[in-house]
Design a protein around this ligand. Sequence first.
Ligand code: NAD
Length: 484
Amino acid sequence: MIAQPKASHFVDGAYVEDVAGAAIDVIFPATGEVIARVHEATPAILDRALASARRAQGDWARTRPVDRARILRRAVDLIHAQAEDLAQLETLDTGKPIQETRVADWPSGADALEYFAGLAPTVTGQTIPLGQDFVYTLREPVGVCLGIGAWNYPSQIACWKSAPALALGNAMVFKPSEVTPLGALKLAEILVQAGLPAGLFNVVQGRGAVGAALVTDPRVDKVSLTGSVPTGQKVYAAAAAGVRHVTMELGGKSPLIIFDDANVEDAVGAALLANFYSTGQICSNGTRVFVQKGIKTRFLDRLKARTEAIVLGDPRKDDTQLGPLVSAAQLDKVMGYVAQARDQGGRVVTGGNRAPIKDGFYIQPTVFADVTDDMTLACEEVFGPVMAVLDFEDEAEVIARANATEFGLAAGVFTADLARAHRVVAQLQAGTCWINAYNLTPVESPFGGVKMSGVGRENGHAAVEHYTQIKSVYVGMGPVDAPY
Ligand code: NAD
């Protein structure tokens, strides 16, 4: 199994190593084997990364957007040309099934590069007539952006952050999660191969302390974090001290509401996707599945049957549908939530145990029914394949209960009554809602949270707001009328 990167960091257009930084072992979650080792960035590496980003950014901002876009589109072609190798690396880094990493991770990242390459040349300012005088506005890059990633979609996150940043004339220093450090290095390699000038996309490795050191560096103009709410609170506060721009993509406990009149097979399919894709390690997962009482028995019967048919195993195999959790620590955390749910009166419909596989961080796909709003399983983000099914009677009740959470990342509604679907969605407190669908996040659609789930939006035209800033230029066309 070969996953060893050429070096730990990618700075100023090339791989660099500094073994003075603490070692981080990269573990293949399906076996527990160490497949690579990287070193945390030392202050010297961080300094080089930030200095090169600062140096490169000015010329890049002055480069024609179509010329910037051409480089990003070349990177898209390079990603597609080595799609299978990249999918395999992502599977090693995360433990996610190859059938997912082939279609979701890098392909979605490539979509972001292609989308923002197309969008960037269309971004313009305004002219504002003032009689004889006028104002024009410029949309300028923010400068040097810091990206900090989570471990669940490491390469997609690196692309979702760097694509708008680079397309719109910024530089980026990216710190991947210490759990999954490999994909971002590949992205840096590909971007340079596509012609991106040195210094514009740097990757530095490290744990939280490395991220924290970067957030407060005066050379950073903007911070974009994907991570948990507690990390988001720390990073947002640290960024505020320097009045830096932020995008915060944080956690969720999203409701998926299934009304009596929904198509049962579609609703079950969505609930499975909303809880078991990526072994349940998705921020927008619909982990509170509210099922109206009239459909409950039929729903649970089909849910149990389809859950028990899921193929769990080695994520490198083509037919595996569910892989291990990302780490031993995550497995412990998820098993802790399962035990607590049992203690608090949740009824196990299926699963509830570690999977009978010798090595690796596997858990059975698990469904709890009769979950109530006060149970920990209904309140906290588990980040594992553990579904909570809750009953409800009517529309007003379910809306109130769906919104009774500090999170507000996503929500889903299944019903044949489209008027009701739109009425419910209008009242849900969530950044992204799906009607008769779940967890589809095309790059064209803005993505992000309300309440504690985040600030700002990734993807879509909305991302332009977060990677540019407006300069207003007042042009005086006549004599200066001074009263002095
Ligand atoms: P995490 O919060 O533990 O870590 C996220 C990143 O922040 C890591 O790179 C980590 O090293 C870094 N970090 C930790 N402390 C820091 C500090 N003080 N300063 C700067 N950086 C610091 O999250 P995780 O466990 O890697 O990922 C899972 C979480 O991410 C879940 O809560 C999930 O919902 C969330 N997530 C959100 C989205 C979204 O788009 N909203 C997408 C994916 C994951």
